[in-house]
Design a protein around this ligand. Structure first.
Ligand code: SF4
Length: 417
């Protein structure tokens, strides 16, 4: 992991929603966008609240029409997470959204480029202390109105320098747009430059991170459904974050946006960029030694843990006792299946041996009990590791732990600088 790149910092929200800071020394935030109509107030409020409950730090809403900005005051009244108005084509939607009380504006230089219009939005945001995201993306960066210019840009785009041309175009557009903001001495800005191509996304952000010190909003646009979009997004965003680039992330799926939030948070937890909230579930992939219906069990455990456990308890669900114990080392609560039964351990101590049907409820009961003990100060997370001797011998080579204990292997210390 590389150290985080130093950026300016912006903030959005208020006492009611909580203030979210982006950039500087703020933790990387996870944001998402509603999938329904903003003017359908009740469903929009329900969706925003569902996304906030899933852990979204910021929620963006589309405001394509006047009726959408008219719905904002009521939506803001009924929600408690900072709201961003996503504005395309009509700068007046931005002015209306600002007037309604949103906490941030997103402008797309690809479709709002009139200097006077941008100035009007900057002035309104300045007056209220609101930040603006300048978000260019691949789909709208190529000229659309001027046919001659479009033909030239498309020609270059599809010629041999496709990616280089696109990156140059995005940077040029960002520089041109930022000149307007500089002229107004407005620096409450966050920038994004999204592509549908994960490799291109990595290249674009690596380049803009060298050129601008504004916080970066990362995303792969139009990544597809969760099943494939997850890989496309995490490959690009995870690579950038591991290299210290990125201050807020939005994963975009053609699926329920709750998945966007869950996956963004899991990515940030895995990269140790955010302290984990809720249980961490590890599970074996299963193999020919499997002793129970593990796939069903794991899904049920996952849902129940998400609903009931708030501490970062490490829970392992393993399909057998042959390799399971080694793979579950470090878990606070673990179950190993064997002959249609489950043997449950809490921090290395065997606490139950139950039938397959009883595993789910008993495992959850042990998780709840363990959580309560941690909350009362009677136990600590990760204090004792699960150490169970598997039934078959490890062999004459012995385990890594033995070798470390006898100084036969040098310990490696890793740490993030
Ligand atoms: S824990 Fe057992 S069933 Fe699961 S993958 Fe490992 S060896 Fe196979």
């Amino acid at each position: 992991m590389s150290p985080r790149r130093k950026t300016r910092q912006i903030s959005l929200g208020n006492d009611r929603t909580g203030v979210v800071r982006i950039g500087g020394d703020a933790p990387v935030s996870a944001q998402t966008m509603t999938a329904g109509y903003t003017h359908a107030i009740d469903t929009c409020v329900a969706e925003i609240n569902r996304l906030a409950a899933a852990g979204a730090d910021i929620v963006r809403v589309a405001v394509p029409e006047r009726k959408d900005t008219e719905a904002l005051p009521e939506i803001l009244n009924q929600t408690q997470v900072p709201i961003v108005a996503d504005v395309h084509f009509h700068y007046k939607r931005a002015l209306e959204a600002i007037e309604a009380g949103v906490h941030k504006i997103r402008l797309n230089p690809g479709n709002i480029s009139d200097r006077e219009q941008v100035n009007a939005v900057i002035d309104a945001c300045k007056e209220r202390g609101l930040p603006i995201r300048i978000g260019v993306n691949e789909g709208s960066i190529i000229e659309r109105k001027d046919k001659q210019k479009r033909a030239v840009e498309l020609g270059k785009y599809f010629a041999e320098h496709k990616s280089g041309h696109l990156i140059a175009l995005m940077i040029a557009k960002l520089e041109e747009y930022l000149d307007i903001f500089d002229a107004k001495d407005f620096h409450d800005v966050c920038i994004s430059a999204k592509s549908m191509d994960p490799a291109l996304t990595i290249d674009i952000y690596a380049e803009i991170s060298k050129r601008f010190d504004y916080p970066l909003h990362l995303g792969v646009t139009h990544a597809g459904p969760k099943e494939t979009g997850c890989i496309r997004s995490v490959v690009a965003l995870g690579t950038l974050l591991a290299n210290g680039i990125g201050d807020t992330v939005r994963i975009s799926y053609a699926s329920d946006p709750v998945y966007e939030v869950e996956d963004a948070l899991e990515m940030l937890y895995c990269l140790q960029l955010r302290p984990r909230i809720g249980a961490e579930l590890i599970a074996c992939p299963t193999c020919g030694r499997i002793q129970v219906d593990l796939f069903t069990l794991v899904q049920e455990v996952r849902k129940k843990l998400a609903a009931e456990i708030s501490l970062p308890i490490k829970v392992a669900v393993m399909g057998c006792v042959v390799n399971g114990p080694g793979e579950a080392e470090g878990a606070d609560v673990a179950v190993f299946a064997g002959d249609r039964r489950g043997i449950i351990y809490v921090q290395g101590e065997r606490v139950a041996n139950v039938t397959e049907e009883e595993i789910l409820e008993r495992l959850l009961e042990e998780c709840r009990k363990f959580q309560a003990m941690v909350q009362r100060g009677e136990a600590q997370l990760g204090q004792k590791k699960v150490e169970i001797v598997p039934p078959d011998p490890i062999g004459e080579l012995g385990s890594g732990f033995d070798k470390i204990a006898h100084h036969q292997v040098e310990q490696v210390t890793v740490g993030r600088t």
